[in-house]
Design a protein around this ligand. Structure first.
Ligand code: AMP
Ligand code: MG
Length: 528
């Protein structure tokens, strides 16, 4: 298929002159054949999505690609400069086979607790479906991956936005998607990241980029809210049937399929939030339009991983009241599920049934979170008073502002012997109130006596669930700063480290250390 060279060269002339941007290896059009994308979502009709052409990026250059994400859809990551150029063209929007069927979907949502009305893909476009390379094994049982561009230009749903995504935020989404997947957190994936010479105005002038995302589905709670709250009950039913048939066919056999779908989403969301809390991930913008119907992480904006533990921390400067702070995420997920339940009411016999389904979130979340914390502390089986042990640790960590990731990693070094010293690096995480930590350690050691595993086996198990590296803000910032100067090597190196987060031996020491005391805190706005 020919690439869209006219738009490419036209834009390139307009924008390359004043920018210090690394040129693509060659300007030749791609000769590579890409698998053709077919659109399943399009079959729902024009009430659900509209055809919108991709606006190709001028001077596309491949910043990075993910070998693991490529393998999901049977692609081999690019190895030569020519192959990288082919990828930059394809995933910069220049290849008809890839972007020729692009559509924008309509959804709605509650933003910061308020009904925001109709929204939609404002800068993302759904390209179509690619088959899972392993017949659904990679995707959790779903046959195909939907492919999206994020940052591909204006759509009918762009509202005040310009349809572009900047390099800075695209690097964050690309790296975090792949980091979360490696941590075992359900998430949309990022196939690759393409930069461009296109200039984009934010708080300062920046350049545009595009992430190619993969997910079995990009349907959000907000898609259901849109049809429900605008009185389009037939379309609500159509969407519900479509989602059930594709993603949870077992719900179709239930007496009330929409209620079964709600229960399915509640269970998956409870497991997701427990995983977020366990790895210290703060999403930052848990609006209902950013909640995936699969219970997967979606839409990486002003997110962060915890450094010093503070349950009220949010990196999102737009969120003045801390609605989406780390410690509030479970309650907000519950609130969002209520909004979904309400949206599904026209399809459910009695409102009480929906409410009961949503209210199972809390016990399901608590159970999932207790299992997460038990694993993080190396406990094989939960005992009835372990909840107090966990809560006390969290309280001591909050008082000491202990680093979330490092503390759990170091706790693995604590042996069960009640007489043994606390290793110095671990003790250093509790310098503000060491006595309170010592008291907790005594309890934990007493609890370890009920565990069948010895110290070495427990350490190994704890190292397999407590990552040595997460995408800390300062690490992302360092990679972004270099990339904005045209050097993508740090993005690629950091990705390489994030692919194996539990393997400390393979990591350079500066990747595992918390930020220095004088490092600027993770503070981000929604403008990206
Ligand atoms: P977000 O807070 O990123 O989830 O975005 C909320 C809504 O605004 C979504 O419908 C986005 O598609 C849209 N949006 C965000 N940024 C832009 C942009 N630069 N151009 C167009 N639409 C945008
Ligand atoms: Mg969003």
């Amino acid at each position: 298929m020919p690439s869209r060279t006219p738009a490419f060269s036209e834009n390139a002339q307009m924008t390359t002159a004043s920018l210090d941007f690394p040129a693509s290896a060659s300007a030749a059009p791609s000769t590579r054949r890409w698998p053709l994308l077919e659109q399943s979502y399009a079959t729902l009709g024009s009430d659900f999505s509209l055809p919108v052409a991709v606006s190709p990026l001028p001077d596309p250059v491949l910043v990075a690609s993910s070998a693991e994400a490529a393998a999901l859809v049977g692609l081999t990551p690019p190895r030569t400069a020519d192959e990288e150029h082919d990828w930059a063209l394809a995933f910069g929007g220049h290849v008809e086979a890839v972007s020729g069927n692009s559509r924008a979907t309509v959804y709605a949502g509650h933003q910061f607790g308020n009904w925001a009305g109709q929204l939609g893909d404002g800068r993302a476009l759904l390209l179509g479906d690619w088959a899972d390379a392993d017949g659904g094994q990679h995707s959790g049982g779903y046959p195909s991956w939907e492919v999206q561009f994020k940052g591909s230009g204006l759509t009918p749903f762009s509202r005040m936005g310009d349809g572009w995504a900047v390099l800075r935020s695209s690097i964050r989404e690309f790296l975090c998607s792949e980091a979360m997947a490696a941590l075992g957190v359900p998430t949309t994936r990022a196939l690759c990241l393409v930069g461009s010479s296109r200039r984009v105005r934010r708080e300062r002038m920046e350049t545009a980029a595009m992430v190619t995302r993969l997910s079995p589905s990009f349907v959000r709670f907000g898609h259901f809210e849109h049809f429900s709250y605008s009185g389009q009950t037939a379309q609500l039913l159509q969407l519900t049937d479509w989602v059930i048939a594709r993603y949870c066919p077992e719900c179709a056999a239930a007496a009330q399929p929409a209620l079964a779908l709600l229960q399915w989403v509640v269970a998956r969301t409870a497991r997701l939030i427990a995983r977020w809390q366990a790895v210290g991930f703060i999403h930052g913008v848990m609006n209902t339009d950013n909640m995936s119907i699969l219970g997967w992480t979606i839409d990486y904006g002003p997110f962060a991983f915890l450094d010093a533990y503070d349950p009220l921390h949010t990196p999102n400067t737009t969120d003045r009241g801390g609605r989406y702070a780390y410690g509030r995420q479970p309650a907000i997920a519950h609130w969002n599920l209520l909004a979904l339940g309400q949206a599904l009411l026209p399809l459910i016999d009695k409102p009480e049934h929906a409410l009961e389904a949503v209210d199972t979130f809390r016990p399901q979340y608590v159970q999932a979170m207790q299992q997460q914390l038990a694993a993080k502390l190396g406990l094989e089986q939960l005992q009835h008073d372990d909840g107090d042990l966990f809560q006390d640790l969290l309280d001591v960590m909050a008082v000491n502002r202990s680093d979330w990731t490092l503390t759990f990693r170091l706790l693995a070094q604590l042996c069960a012997d009640p007489q043994a010293d606390i290793p110095a690096p671990l003790a250093a995480q509790f310098a503000r109130d060491p006595a309170r930590f010592s008291t907790w350690v005594m309890r934990y050691r007493a609890r370890l006596h009920a565990e069948p595993r010895d110290d070495a086996a427990r350490m190994q198990a704890m190292h397999a669930v407590n990552p040595a590296i997460v995408l800390r803000h300062h690490l992302a910032q360092a990679a972004i700063a270099r990339a904005e100067d045209g050097d993508f090597s740090e993005v690629r190196q950091l990705l390489d480290a994030l692919r194996r987060p539990f393997d400390a031996h393979a990591l350079p020491a500066h990747y595992t250390a918390p930020p220095k005391d004088d490092a600027p805190p993770a503070r981000l706005s929604c403008s990206s």
